[in-house]
Design a protein around this ligand. Sequence first.
Ligand code: UD1
Length: 429
Amino acid sequence: MDKIRIRGGSPLRGEIEIGGAKNAALPIMAAALLMDQPLRLTNVPHLADVTTMADLLAQLGVSIRIEGTTGPSSNETPRLLELTARDITKTTAPYDLVSKMRASVLVLGPLLARCGSAQVSLPGGCAIGTRPVDLHLRALTQLGAEIELRDGYIHAKAPNGLVGAEIVFPKVSVGATENLLMAASLARGETVLVNAAREPEVTDLVVCLNAMGACIEGAGTGRLRIVGTDRLHAATHRIVPDRIETGTYAMAAAITDGDIELVGARYDLISAAAEILTQAGVTIRETPRGVHVRRANGVLAGVDVMTEPFPGFPTDLQAQMMALMAPAQGAAMITETIFENRFMHVPELCRMGANINVHGATALVRGVARLRGAEVMATDLRASVSLVLAGLAAEGETTLSRVYHLDRGYERLVEKLSACGASIERIRE
Ligand code: UD1
């Protein structure tokens, strides 16, 4: 298994290109199942999770064409993915793919709406908590689906088609909102989703579905109204920039006392994180090309952070923020409200000299004068990138193992960081 070796201490300087959002690309790719015509997507990031979703869709009968590559130079053709679900030949999402990537469950809504039946493996446990799918299932039942759990699979049927309904989510769920948006687009009549997720990736899915001929109002609010239609049609859509990649590199600039322009980033998507970073002593501002980040006066200050659904501070930046706070002046209280068990980076950061105590869903980070390089292990996608950030700022050498977690969500991470002066390399084993 590959490792990443980092020699810390170099401030990052230069520019980093921000790619398309993984969490927008995955549901939007699944939306191709809703119609027999091509869905052309641009700005699709080249990531392991995108490949897993493409493999799953291919197994279901979707034909996939890829054009171009993404790359640091704007002369390169942007990556284009064309997905055509002319005939769906299978309606089962098997255990091996769903257990590899939980977002596979996003094929449930579209398969059910288009084919009247779907079998999707239950995702099972995952590194950041139990992550059930009860909200997805309950809401699909309200659209008339008959659902049974058998042999580790969700068996869903809607022999007479889905019928619109008012669905009030008891808890905000990104994935359940997305599954329901897709299912309701082909349901008979009107569906209203109350307490829907407002994440920009949900909005991007709405924009794409509307381009495919769906009729959805209320994007970006907690109330989405969908008027179902019989058929959707070919469309082209550009994936929104990745706000988590943006926030991660902003924190990489801050932790190394660097100065970076994040080209292609959108400031409005990261405003909650930008506000927190500003309080911590980081200057972060919008530029014509993206977002510019540098330390304001050389000193990082501890700030308290609580994760919340959008527009609050994202849980997917919690681990990176903790790494940033580890060498800050003063203390930071970091509270995780979205996922249980999302502090697996804490013992690893402590091995690098951080002083962090966890009490339930809150971690108290007492800033230390310096972090020290160590051998550490990646446990999930965002936890592993937080260790990369810590390594960039630490004295000496850090070796990170299990880096396949990073490949799920960060495209060309080593190349992007080394182009800005980081001493980082991937060791192939
Ligand atoms: C998505 C993102 C993930 C992000 C998360 C929260 C993708 C592919 N992944 O995950 O990166 O961290 O949003 O912003 O977009 N829950 C239930 N029952 C359900 C569904 C969810 O109890 O049926 C709970 C979860 O356990 C969690 C909370 O609701 O505690 C939020 O989860 P959800 O928003 O659904 O996250 P995902 O869509 O899985």
